[in-house]
Design a protein around this ligand. Structure first.
Ligand code: ARG
Length: 586
């Protein structure tokens, strides 16, 4: 029988069917099979106690009853014990471990195993990065891009069709002042040098002039009105500003390995907002209040008095209107099953109001709402515990931050591997530098703030990119030394059975990769995968210390190289899912 990709999920299902065949109310039973602390075996079912409690059963009796009803193939693959007040522990037998390593020995096999999960065939849209045009991306934009890309990759690995949508803010009121200044103060040389810098300068100039002179403010407002009315000249300027902004953003996306499928900015929805006003009013959800169109949620403690404004009193659409129109588009034109908004925590209220409004709107109009979730994240802090800024208090530009990461990594690589040619050291520094920034962002629970500390994120030990990339490079070097190729099936056919404690411990960690991916995907929290990869690298390092790989005895050497190859495969696959590149040599 072929091995099951995710042993934890398989055991979960087995316990569920055991409950049914024992005549228990299985529909109410969530076995909660999770990886266990090593002394308890590989997996542990935590759901027996709460289930027993709900049905006034004795937990240990219930646990034994479930074990007795387990399908036979589970007992072939695992030893099963009941422990403590009513936990069920599972330990995979050596043969089952070997079969898993055998069956999931290639990237394709891992991908096929993962893609057979519950996301298969679904369409998920990830709305991430989504900066405003005419401005530089700063460090605050890092998290959405990095977390969004990792989540997009995880969902795709899980079998979903993923649509990456950059919902850029390209239709703000800032365009009045910007166009005013563009017409009068554009510096062509500066534009060619650094367009976003020039747009920022123009915006500041327009703003200062409007503040100093009411006549200028009026002119700027006129420019905005003309733009919104579709004036051809202003549209041309606006288009130019957006094109140039996007090209500059793309340079950053390239460095982070991001490619959007769609870049549907707010302006894309200009002709789609009147339907929103019409439908929400007809459904009695929206009403006029002081000239604006607003939605209240009487059942909500705050939103019964805090309105969701969907049309401003001057008649203009706003962020909320566009987001409502966007939901309709993503439902009816893109047929999504789920939509994820990777946006910082300060927008929590906006999304809560948006989702509540959409839910009622769709219910009233007989539509099915896709699953909507705000994938929030905390702030990037400096080492002083405050939002990260430059010494002069300005926002740190993302492109400068990434350049600094590469420069710092280059210094480190040059110290460690000075003998490598300059170009190779630069290539390594790019992977390590950018990867360190990405990984530091992903390795912690995204909902928390995190402290941006260069020395910590570039460290060679600890839960860092450098540590994992180094583990990858080290395994590649073992294969170079052995004159062998990772995953060579003919060589692996000669492997003997796993035997030493270190071999078995490593194999036990490897088979838990699907569970880590599953946890990261289901909870949309990549740090679960980071933690797993870090622990796997640690297990590998213990194995390396305990057992020599390149021994003379061919079957022993073959089985240890097999473990090396699988560790390499899973580290590279896992890092790839997080959006990192990997290296063969460091
Ligand atoms: N442009 C917005 C900002 O910079 C983020 C947009 C997020 N996506 C969305 N559909 N609201 O804050």
């Amino acid at each position: 029988m072929p091995a099951v990709f995710n042993p934890a999920r398989r055991l979960d299902e087995a316990l569920q069917s055991a409950a049914a065949s024992a005549g228990l109310p299985a529909a109410d039973f969530a076995p909660e099979v999770r990886p266990a602390d090593a002394q308890h075996g590989d997996f542990q079912a935590n759901g027996v106690l709460p289930f027993a409690k709900r049905h006034r059963l004795t937990p240990r009796v219930l646990a034994n009853q479930l074990v007795a009803a387990l399908p036979a193939d589970v007992l072939t693959d695992c030893t099963v014990t009941v422990a403590g007040p009513g936990f069920i522990n599972f330990t995979l037998r050596t043969g089952a471990l070997a079969a898993w390593l055998q069956d999931f020995g290639t990237r394709e096999a891992l991908a096929a195993g993962a893609a057979a999960g519950p996301l298969a065939g679904q369409i998920w849209l990830v709305d991430y990065s989504s900066p405003n045009t005419a401005k530089q991306m700063h460090v605050g934009h890092l998290r959405s891009a990095v977390i969004g890309e990792a989540i997009a990759r995880l969902l795709a690995f899980g079998g979903a069709r993923v649509i990456r949508d950059n919902h850029i803010g390209d239709w703000g009121t800032q365009f009045g002042k910007l166009i005013w200044a563009y017409r009068r103060h554009l510096d062509a040389a500066a534009l060619a040098r650094d367009p976003l810098e020039e747009f920022e300068r123009l915006y500041k100039a327009g703003n200062a002039a409007s503040e100093a002179d009411p006549a200028v403010l009026k002119e700027a407002q006129q420019e905005l009105v003309k733009l919104q009315a579709g004036d051809a000249d202003n549209l041309a300027v606006w288009r130019h500003i957006n094109e140039v902004s996007l090209a500059a953003f793309q340079e950053i996306y390239d460095r982070l390995g991001i490619r959007f499928d769609l870049t549907l900015g707010e302006s894309f929805y200009n002709d789609k907002v009147s339907a929103v006003y019409r439908e929400l009013t007809a459904a009695d959800l929206a009403a006029e209040s002081q000239g604006a169109l607003v939605v209240f949620h009487p059942e909500h403690p705050r939103f019964k008095t805090q309105p969701f404004i969907i049309r401003k009193s001057d008649g203009a659409a706003n962020y909320a209107t566009t987001d409502l129109a966007t939901i309709l588009h993503r439902t009816e034109a893109l047929h999504t099953d789920g939509v994820l908004y990777v946006v910082g925590k300060p927008q929590a209220d906006h999304f809560e109001q948006l989702f509540l409004t959409a839910k009622k709107w769709f219910e009233k109009t007989g539509r099915t709402l896709p699953r909507l979730a705000h994938v929030d994240f905390g702030t990037v802090l400096g080492e002083n515990g405050k939002a990260l800024k430059t010494r002069t208090g300005d926002n740190i530009k993302l492109k400068e931050l990434l350049a600094e990461a590469e420069a710092r990594a280059f210094t480190l690589v040059s110290e460690k591997s000075g003998a490598l040619p300059d170009a190779e050291r630069r290539a390594i520094a790019s992977v390590v530098g950018i990867g360190s920034v990405q990984y530091a962002d992903l390795a912690q629970n995204r909902s928390s703030d995190y402290v941006f500390a260069w020395d910590k994120m570039l460290a060679l030990d600890g839960n860092t990119a450098a540590y994992l990339l180094y583990a990858v490079a080290r395994i590649h070097s073992i294969f170079r030394k052995a004159g062998a190729t990772p995953g060579d099936a003919a060589a692996e056919a000669g492997a003997s059975a796993l035997e030493t404690p270190a071999e078995l411990a490593l194999a036990r960690k490897l088979v838990k990769f699907p569970d880590a991916v599953q946890a990261a995907t289901a909870q949309l929290r990549p740090h679960f995968l980071c933690l797993y990869l870090f622990e796997l690298a640690g297990e590998y390092s213990s194995f390396n210390t305990a057992d020599k790989v390149l021994v003379d005895d061919p079957p022993v050497r073959a089985r240890r190289l097999l473990l090396c190859a699988r560790t390499l495969l899973i580290l590279e696959t896992g890092l790839g899912l997080l959006g990192l590149r990997t290296l063969q040599r460091m």
